[in-house]
Design a protein around this ligand. Sequence first.
Ligand SMILES: C[S@@+](CC[C@H](N)C(=O)[O-])C[C@H]1O[C@@H](n2cnc3c(N)ncnc32)[C@H](O)[C@@H]1O
Length: 200
Amino acid sequence: MHPKLYDILRSMICPFDRIIQSIPERDGELLDIGSGYGTFCFILSKKRPGMKIIGVEMDKKRVNIANSRIIDSQNLEFICDDILNLSTSKRFDVITCVDLIHHIPMEDHLFVFRKINELLKDNGLLIVKDMDDKPFYKYLWNCMHDLLMARRMTTYYIPKRDMVKILGGNGFVIEYAKDIPNFLYAHYLVVCKRSVLKIK
Ligand SMILES: C[S@@+](CC[C@H](N)C(=O)[O-])C[C@H]1O[C@@H](n2cnc3c(N)ncnc32)[C@H](O)[C@@H]1O
């Protein structure tokens, strides 16, 4: 599919504007994990021109397409890596996970949240946009969507109420969690701040 067409379809499905509203209007560095073809990062770079945006994505083809679309002076960079293996001394002001978590196996979720905690500056912001498992028809619809788009039968949804508990128990202070209304997709957004992680 042509990247521009993908951007249009993806923007019709995913409420990027609502996610961007939760990102402060200031300079700083933002890491977008699971950046795909870069659709979200390209939209964000126009709305937050003072921010340096880095997308990390494990699929090399997607990273190459995203990088080939960068215009010279843009505040963007895409790197190919698996978040489970990413090694960097950089610390970010904001980290976004847009429809990433339900693609990561359940057994790796805690590791990923702890890694995100390490990658954030003190008081850094984590923004998770994911899908709820209720109502059932929306859940079913999203499973079908993932089957068609990602060609995967297995996805690992964390309902909003559990996401809030998991993040709250793993080094984050919840600012707010809310549903984003849509007639087909059960979108939700959780915005939280890094706090000191106490490993039990
Ligand atoms: C549903 S797509 C969302 C893409 C993009 N965030 C967007 O909203 O358009 C999920 C992306 O996460 C990537 N992904 C899944 N697991 C990953 C991992 N462990 N590390 C990095 N990227 C990952 C997938 O390859 C895929 O491109």
